[in-house]
Every structure is written in C-alpha cells, then in structure tokens.
Write a new protein. Structure first.
Lengths: 274, 294, 256
C-alpha cells in the first residue's frame, strides 16, 4: 500500500514536468508548423484563386489584376515575401486548399457554415451580396424574386459558389444550369438560353451595363449579404491571428475601402481588360 | 471496290457543293441576324504577341503561352507514358503470369475510366499524397535565377509545377495503357521463328530479347506510337479542368475577360487542328516512304 | 496444373492489391466519411426505392451514350460510303469531316458545338451534347467501316458482279455481312470509348454522372469518396459492356 502510494506520488512528480514541457513543445510545434512560419521560410505566399470579374482576372497582357489580387499583393508586401497565384477551378478550391495546393484562399470566398466545417475563415475583409442580371426578352416583366421561382425558368450560376446556394434557396422550383466558369454562365444569358444569372455584386450590374439593349437588372438591391474572408486550413491559430490583425489594419488604413471603390464602384478598370 | 473513282466533276458534285455552300451561308446569315454577333477578329493577334509598353520588345501573350504549355505537357506525358507503357507492354508480352496480370490490370482499369475522372482523381488523391511531399516547388525556388528560368522553360514555374507534374503524370498513366498495348502487340507480332533462330545461335533469352526482338518490335510500333503522341496532344485539353494553364484553359480565361467567345473558340480549334493535322500528315508521309523502301 | 498456377497467381495478386489499398487507406490523413455517400446512390423512403442523384447521373450517361452510338453508326456508315463514292465532292466532304474531327480535341468540339454552333441553330444542351458526341465517334466509326469495306477481297466483288447482281444487292447481301463480322469488335470497342468520352459533356452543364459527382463534391467536399465511387460506376458500366462485346466476339469467331 505504502509502496504504491510512494510510487504514485513519484510518478505524478515525474509526470507534471513532462506534461508541462509537452504543452510548451506542442505550442512550439504549432508555431513552427504554422503557414505564417512556412511562408517566411519559403519567402513566398501561395494564394489560391479563381477568375471572378472584377475580383480576379487577366488583363490584356495576361497579367492578373483585380480586387483580390491587390489585396494578396499588399499582404505579401507587408509580410516581406513574394506572392504566387495558383489559379484553381472554383468547384474544387476547398479540396485543393485542404490537400495543400496553396496556403490561403483569397478569392472572394463567402463565409458559410458549411464551408466553415471544412476550413477556417478570417474575419471579413469585405461584404458582398447576391445580385442578378436577366435577359430582356426571356424575363420580360420579371421584377421580383418570386417571378423567377418557376419550373419554366432557367437560371445559370457558377458551380460551387454561394450564388448556387442562393439560387437553390430562393428559386427552389427553377432549373439551375451549372457551369465551371462564370463567363460560360454569362454567355448563356447573352444568347438568351437562360432567364437570368445569379452572381456576387457588382458583376451582374456591370454586365447589364455592357449589354444595355439585351439585358437588365430585375432587382435594384442585392438579395443577400455575405461576409468575405480568407480561408485557411484548420488547426493553425497563428495564421488566423496574423491574417485577422492584418485585415483590421487594412480596414483602419482605408486600403480596403480605396481598392473597393476602384474595382467595384468605378468601371475604369475595364480599359485594362479589353 | 470495283467502281473506279471518277476524276471528273459531275452534276452530283455541283449539287453537293451548292448544298454545302447554302448551309454555310445560312449559318452565317443567321449568326449575324439572329444573334447580332459583332465580330472582333482584330483583337485576336494581340493575344498571341504583344509589344511590352515598358521595354518595347515583343513577348508571348496568353494564347501563345498556352500553346507552349500544351506542347510541353504533351511531350512530357508522352515520355513518361512511353516508359510506363514499354515496361507494362514487355511484362504483358513476355513477363510471367504475375507480370501479365499486372499489365492487364493496369491497362483494363485505365482504359475503362474516363480520362476526365482519372485526371481529377490523380490531382486530388495521388498528387496530394506523393507529389507535395517531394517539394518540387520549394526546390525550384531555391535554384539560382537562370536555372529556375530553365526549369520554367522546360517544365513550369514554381507556382504551376505541382499542377503541371500531376497533369503530366495523369496523362502519362492514361496514354501509357494504350502504349502498353501497342508495345505488347509489337513484341507478339515478331514471329516465333526469330526466337528459335536466335536460340539456335546460342543467344541467351535476355540477349535475344535485347538484340533481336526489341529492334524489330520498335520498328513495328514506331508509327502507332507517333499516332499516340497526336492523341496525347488532343487529350491534354482535359487537364484544363485542374487549372493547368494550357491552351484550352488560357482560352477560357480570355473569354471570361473579353467575351469574344466565338473568335476565341474558333482560334483555339484552328490551333489544335494545325498542330495535329500537320503532325499526322508528316507521320503518314514517312510511313508511306518507309513502306516503299521496305 | 497450369490452371492451378494461374489461380494461385491471381489470388496472390488480388491479396497484394487489396493490402496495398488497405494500408494506403489507413495511412492517409484523410477523414473518410463513406456513410455519407450511400444516400447519393439510393434511399428507401417508407419502403419505396428512391434513386439518388448518382444513379440518375448513370441513367443520363447511358441515355446520351446510347443515342449517340446509334447516330454515330449512321453518320459513320454514310461518311464511309461517301468516301468510297465515285463523286469527288462527296469524297472531299467526307475527308474534311473525318480529318477535322480526328485532329481536334473532343472537349473543344463540345464547347464549339454548344457555344458557337448551337446558339445559331437554336439547339438545346442535350441535343448539342448528343450531336457533338455522335459526330466525334462517327468519324472514328467511319474509318473502321471504310477499312472493313476496303479489306473485303476483290474476288467477292468480281464474283457477285459476274453472276449479274445489282450494286445494291452486292452491298446488302455480300459485303455487309462480311464487313459486320470484321468490324463489329472494333465498333464495340468504340462504344466503350463513347461511354468514357461522354464524361466530357458535364462541362456544358448536362447532369450526367461526372456532373453529379462534381456537384456533390462542391457541396459536401467529400472529394475522394465521391470520385472513387464515380470511377467505379464508369468501370462497372464499361466492364459490363466489354463483357457483352467479348461474348459476341467469341460467337462470331465460332460462326467463322
């Protein structure tokens, strides 16, 4: 009895320092494995993105431009590293992040509960909402959300986006046509094969302005509002902290507001593209 | 066929040609009238080459770069696929029961799954397990500038390397299955008498294989293999789904920004056609030439 | 004796393969959630069988492949005869068709058909997918059928002509049966390719097996599970077809 008690105390005494050390080690290890550390070691941040006009697109010379591109470039500059963009099909971008094809998604990704089960999100650096552009002849007289919720109505969206989710939620009866690229969905609309395209503002409005005699914007306001954040792999508190504080700083300095005004409120950038 | 082909033009020819012409005219009239499509062909050359406003030099733009990537990708997947296919083809022809089974398993699995599904599976599954562990991108980043540029020229830049290599491997596995069958057919096609003659001369089995059978088999397989290379170029369009920046992908990116859908699709089709058609003509020219000489 | 050796080798091979898969599966740092896959296949609601989206996708894939197979055989036969016809223009037309199709990627053909040609002719997505696939396979079938006709020995023609048969009868009663016997295995192989190639129509938003898989992945992120299941579905479809083809082939050889 006595022996075992001594043994217990001894082993407890042994255990305490060990467990303390292991907690410290664990913290060290987490910090070492953080992507913030890895980015600094490799001197490069790998950013997963996909073409979304005007978030990210190619200009006349094939260089990447857009709101997200400016954000990612600024982030890289503040970290003192190079930036490397990894264009990825949108429907597979979360699996690609999870399997380590890049460090972070900066691609206008809406923070949704479903996505959040698989990846971590930073605090929002932007807010967007769903908007709609419709074909004048096909969707004549449509002015409300419920006009589109009809089995005869075809709506084109990009696969795997929050636009797809919103379309499913608001137009459960309508036929959804899913495309891998946004340009294909818009092409469908221009050709008059679908009634409308749902996508993040301000793209639908810009597109309607481009083809004023064919298209129109049926709803004057966005019908959803969603926060936009960076997505990173789970289990990396350091990166989350770093990116969050970077975003707070950028909100405070007015950088995000200025970029937003250039890409989303003006159309000056259109001259860069075509 | 007994009826000799005529070389004179007849009334039937006239009817066929006018029907085709009518169809083409109808198509373009509808295109301009119904769709009110405005052609903007003048924008296209700029997407091949553009003059850099800073340096004044001409440099390659998206379509030309994409075309280059398509070529690189096809060559690499053909090389890898050739190694894999030859290995599996020899096993299938002359390996033991085990080798034959391995070869059959590989060929049948790959030939019965769509290449699209194979590429996607490989990109997410295999490459995330093995390729990322290799750390190719980090290796390239540590290289000196000139070497890194060389790697980018022959393979891909650091940012693209993982997608490029997994696409090349996936295509190689896909084409390898077909090459395996070509090689197996080539080896089996060498007549038995050759083996017997070599043995009777006292060559060992390995020597026979290396000195007698393989050279003959390769002569038989050269043209089917060249044909397979053309297929590889065409099949490489599929890897645009995993965002390798080859011709099809670049074209789609360009359409997203410019909406010149018709012009760009037609240009891309013509590019693929010119490349594969000229290659296939060259191959069949040599094939005929060789056949005559033999 | 030889048979038993084969059996042993086959079982060793299978065991090694299964072991590799199991070990790879265990070592993977991936959270497998197979239990979430089954409802996408089928479910029972109040004892009633409900096909899931994947099964619906299989049906669409089979439907598209089936229709395209029939159309491609018609197109292939017509263009094969056009290439062998005495008229220059028909020969030229068929040659242009075959070369264009065989020298461009199918993916591009599908996109061009859907985004360039079909808006002008006002075709639906399904129709353009079927047309693109049948034109594609038709070009390859055309070459197979043509070689089938060309390879029929000249004596057959001479013999039938010497007994005074008209051309149409020669084709129908003499050439066609022989040609079928020669080309059927190759054409059957084409139909296996057709099922595989039909995966590409997912890019123009046809809800086939690949598209359904892609959709589920983009919603649930069950990347590996779904893609493995999709691959297995294709494998079983094509394997079944190959099996039937082999049966037909052996029967034809038996007749010969």
């Amino acid at each position: 009895m006595k022996k075992s008690a001594i043994f217990c105390i001894l082993s407890l005494m042994l255990l305490i320092p060990i467990s303390q050390a292991s907690a410290g080690e664990l913290g060290d290890q987490l910090a070492k494995e953080s992507i913030v550390e890895k980015i600094q070691r490799d001197k490069v941040i790998r950013v997963g993105m996909s073409t979304f006009v005007p978030w990210a697109m190619k200009d006349k010379q094939g260089k990447l431009i857009g709101f997200e591109i400016d954000v990612a470039r600024q982030l890289a500059e503040d970290m003192g590293v190079e930036v490397e963009f990894v264009p990825t099909a949108w429907s597979g971008i979360i699996p690609a992040l999870m399997t380590g094809k890049f460090d972070v998604i900066i691609g206008g990704m809406g923070i949704t509960p479903k996505r959040n089960l698989k990846v971590n999100f930073t605090m929002p650096y932007d807010y967007s909402g769903m908007s709609m552009v419709a074909h004048q002849k096909k969707a004549e007289g449509f002015s409300e959300l419920k006009d589109f919720d009809n089995p005869d109505v075809h709506i084109a969206v990009r696969m795997g986006t929050t636009a797809e989710q919103a379309a499913r939620k608001f137009f459960p009866k309508a036929n959804l046509r899913l495309f891998e690229n946004e340009s294909q969905a818009l092409q469908e609309l221009n050709l008059g094969r679908v009634h409308a395209v749902v996508s993040s503002a301000p793209m639908p409005v810009f597109h309607a302005l481009k083809y004023p005699d064919k298209l129109f914007v049926p709803l004057k306001e966005n019908f959803t509002k969603e926060p936009i954040g960076f997505a990173i792999r789970k289990g990396d508190p350091d990166a989350l902290n770093y990116f969050n504080n970077w975003i707070i700083n950028m909100h405070a300095s007015g950088f995000l507001k200025e970029k937003k005004a250039f890409w989303f409120e003006s159309r000056e950038w259109e001259a860069l593209v075509k | 066929m007994l009826n000799k082909p005529a070389s004179r033009w007849t009334l039937v020819d006239l009817a066929v040609i006018s029907a085709v012409a009518a169809g083409v005219i109808f198509f373009f009239v509808r295109m301009t009238q119904v769709l009110e499509y405005q052609w903007e062909w003048q924008a296209i050359p700029g997407y091949f080459l553009f003059r850099d406003p800073e340096t004044g030099h001409f440099s390659a733009n998206m379509l030309l770069k994409g075309f280059g990537t398509t070529l690189k990708l096809s060559v690499w997947s053909m090389i890898l696929g050739f190694i894999l296919g030859t290995f599996s083809g020899i096993m299938g022809a002359k390996g033991g029961t085990f080798g034959r089974m391995f070869s059959r398993f590989y060929v049948e699995t790959v030939r019965n799954i769509p290449s699209l599904v194979l590429v996607i599976l490989f990109y997410y599954f295999v490459s995330s397990q093995f390729l990322d562990a290799l750390g190719l991108d980090q290796w390239i980043r540590r290289l000196p500038d000139s070497a890194a540029r060389g790697v980018a020229f022959f393979l891909a830049g650091a940012g693209q390397i993982n997608a490029f290599v997994s696409a090349a491997c996936a295509l190689a596995i896909y084409e390898g299955a077909y090459i395996s069958e070509i090689v197996r057919g080539g080896i089996n096609g060498v007549s038995k008498g050759q083996w017997e003659a070599a043995w009777s001369m006292g060559l060992s089995q390995a020597q026979t294989f290396r000195l007698v059978i393989l050279p003959q088999a390769f002569r038989r397989t050269a043209f089917p293999l060249a044909g397979q290379f053309i297929s590889t170029i065409k099949d490489s369009a599929i890897v645009s789904v995993i965002s390798v920046q080859e011709l099809t992908f670049q074209g789609m990116e360009l359409m997203a920004a410019t909406f010149l859908t018709f012009e760009i699709w037609i240009t891309i089709t013509l590019l693929y056609f010119t490349l594969t058609f000229s290659l296939s003509r060259t191959i069949s020219f040599f094939e005929k030439h060789m056949a005559i000489r033999q | 004796m030889r048979h038993r050796q084969h059996l042993i080798a086959a079982s060793v091979f299978t065991v090694v393969l299964v072991l590799t898969v199991v070990i790879g599966y265990r070592n993977l740092s991936y959270n497998w959630q197979w239990y979430r896959v089954a409802p996408y296949f089928f479910s029972f609601e109040q004892g009633q069988f409900m096909p899931g989206v994947l099964l619906q996708g299989v049906w669409v894939t089979l439907k598209i492949s089936g229709i395209s197979l029939i159309l491609s055989l018609i197109i292939g036969t017509v263009s094969a005869f056009a290439r062998l016809s005495p008229y220059l223009s028909l020969r030229g037309l068929a040659w242009c068709y075959v070369e264009t199709i065989r020298n461009t990627p199918l993916l591009i053909q599908i996109f061009v058909m859907y985004f360039v040609i079909s808006p002008v002719l006002d075709l639906s997505a399904f129709t353009s997918a079927v047309i693109a696939l049948s034109l594609f396979e038709g070009a390859y079938s055309s070459e197979i059928i043509r070689s089938g006709i060309v390879n029929i020995p000249k004596g057959q023609w001479e013999a039938s002509q010497s007994i005074g048969l008209p051309t149409s009868v020669i084709y129908l009663k003499v050439i066609l049966p022989q040609m079928l016997r020669q080309t059927l295995p190759m054409l059957a192989g084409q139909s296996v390719s057709l099922i595989k190639d039909s995966a590409l129509v997912s890019t123009i938003s046809i809800y086939d097996l690949t598209m359904q898989g892609q959709k589920i992945v983009s919603e649930t992120f069950l990347t590996f599970e779904i893609w493995f299941v999709v691959a297995l579905c294709y494998l079983s479809m094509t394997a079944t077809l190959s099996f039937i083809v082999r049966k037909i082939e052996s029967r034809i050889r038996f007749v010969q």
